[in-house]
Design a protein. Structure first.
Length: 510
């Protein structure tokens, strides 16, 4: 137990150090974490690290999926649902089939275990995609497309994975008809559980004003969605993703500013710690897995390279026609757009978590054949895509001409702020005209809204001014929602401006 805790602490410390340097060097932290993990694992004397199959799937997956899903708004998702559906369903199925066929031809894996590998590698990584897209200033529609696809193709591929693993453990083969029926049951049930849990959580959060209690609810929600879905034999991953999207769309309506800031701060710490552990584990585990692989599998580097190249190739062929729906005019896609969307399909936490969750033994108690090779190939492909694609994506976006200009985004944000301030001033003018509140308080807010109050001001005026500031912030928040509803600003901009309002409102209670 002490050894396990020490490893977790070491990984978090490593993640903190790597994140610091990654920010200074302008490179993705996940890519640097993987490289750092490999370097640390090769240091003489570093003990071999083995992760229990259920730990990643049960402890790490739910909050990371939930946090990534909260970044997607239902409004933005509706705008790109056609390409997302084509990519999350069609591309996943095509990728799983191609990778399974290649694995069957190149390795000694059985047909069922090759399909397990195909299902594992069919999913991209929403955690890395979210971080990369935000840092690279991708256009809002493209960011929503790749982020939504990464979330929902995770759900699709992991449902396929469950079907394939069940066949492998039972010692049978994968039936296409049976797999299709099982897929519909798992995915449909997961959607129902996710929506039901999101509605229940929203109902509870509207009735609590305690930030600590609300934070606990937010932390428990992804685990509750996952465990509830798994307990009724449907997809826990799908339930978590659906619950996260619903929570992200309703979060600003079911809690106050102080609570939202508290939840966001705690969640940021939790997600950072989990990401540090998992991305470092990808690098740390690879040398250990290779040593445990045994003789007869010395061709794994070449096999992993072929599989990684195949992932890029099949994604490019599939993305070319489907990205036409990523633009408002639905024109034939340009090569820079296809290239960026293709290259953003990195593998990461989710494939690794799925591979680690493969049972150690079959139904008859014998070791599961091929599990070690699947783990090595998965980890190698994940490490390769995170480093090669992750490190080069920034340059690709810059040369593609798709990046949003900083000046344009800043001007749009300033315009939204100006509209919010105009709404606040108009509200203050109305109050002053009818004499509904303290005139001095109104004038002070009009002259200098964010100024600190003179500590010599009498307590009555302080109370009036604090109450008035809350009212004005409420008006600004309402104006911000109007701008968002009319699609004058992106959902990401709405979140940033809402966070600014939340901080100011929370400061009134300080």
């Amino acid at each position: 137990m002490v050894h396990a805790v020490g490893i977790v602490v070491m990984l978090v410390v490593l993640g903190t150090a790597v994140a610091t340097f990654a920010g200074r060097w302008g490179i993705p932290a996940p890519s640097l974490l993987v490289l750092a993990g490999i370097v640390v694992a090769l240091v003489p004397g570093v003990p071999a690290i083995h992760v229990a199959p259920d730990v990643i799937a049960l402890v790490v997956l739910p909050p990371l999926l939930y946090a990534s899903a909260e970044e997607i708004s239902a409004r933005d998702l509706r705008r790109v649902w056609v390409p997302v559906t084509v990519l999350a369903l069609g591309l996943v199925l095509a990728t799983a089939a191609v990778i399974a066929s290649l694995a069957l031809a190149l390795t000694a894996l059985s047909g069922a275990m090759a399909f397990v590998l195909g299902a594992v590698l069919a999913s991209t990584d929403p955690v890395a995609v979210t971080a990369l897209g935000r840092r690279l200033s991708l256009p809002a529609r493209i960011q929503v497309l790749v982020q939504s696809e990464s979330l929902f193709n995770d759900a699709t591929s992991l449902v396929l994975f469950k079907v394939a693993v069940a066949a492998v453990v039972a010692g049978g083969s994968v039936s296409l008809a049976g797999a299709a029926g099982r897929f519909l049951l798992l995915a449909g049930g997961g959607i129902a559980v996710g929506l039901a849990l999101a509605a229940s959580v929203a109902l509870v959060r509207t009735r609590t004003t305690d930030p600590v209690l609300d934070t606990v609810i937010a932390l428990v929600a992804p685990y509750a969605a996952y465990l509830l879905a798994e307990s009724v034999d449907v997809s826990g991953v799908t339930a978590v993703v659906v619950a996260g999207v619903a929570a992200g769309s309703l979060g600003h309506r079911v809690s106050d500013a102080r609570t939202r800031l508290h939840v966001q701060t705690v969640y940021a710490v939790v997600v950072f710690g989990l990401e540090s552990v998992v991305f470092a584990l990808i690098g740390l585990e690879l040398p250990t897995l290779v040593r445990d692989l045994g003789p007869g599998n010395s061709w794994w580097p070449g096999q992993a390279a072929v599989l990684a190249a195949a992932l890029i190739g099949i994604r490019m062929l599939w993305v070319w026609p489907t990205t036409a729906w990523a633009g408002p005019t639905r024109r034939y896609p340009t090569w820079p757009l296809v290239r960026v969307v293709t290259w953003s399909g990195t593998r990461g936490v989710m494939p690794l978590a799925a591979a680690l969750s493969i049972p150690l033994v079959a139904a008859d108690g014998t070791p599961l054949p091929g599990r070690g090779l699947v783990l090595v190939l998965t980890t190698a492909v994940v490490a390769a895509t995170l480093t090669v694609q992750g490190l080069s994506l920034a340059g690709m976006v810059k040369t593609s001409g798709l990046a949003v200009a900083t000046e344009h985004a800043a001007a749009k944000e300033q315009a939204a702020l100006a509209a919010m301030n105009e709404a606040a001033v108009a509200y203050l003018d109305e109050l002053a005209a009818v004499g509904a509140v303290n005139a001095v308080a109104v004038e002070r807010l009009r002259q200098r809204y964010a100024e600190r109050l003179d500590p010599q001001t009498d307590a009555g005026l302080l109370d009036d001014l604090a109450a008035l500031r809350r009212d004005v912030l409420s008006v600004q928040s309402e104006e911000l929602r109007r701008l968002s509803a009319q699609e004058q600003i992106s959902d990401g901009m709405r979140r940033r401006l809402q966070a600014d309002l939340d901080r100011r409102e929370a400061g009134l209670d300080a």
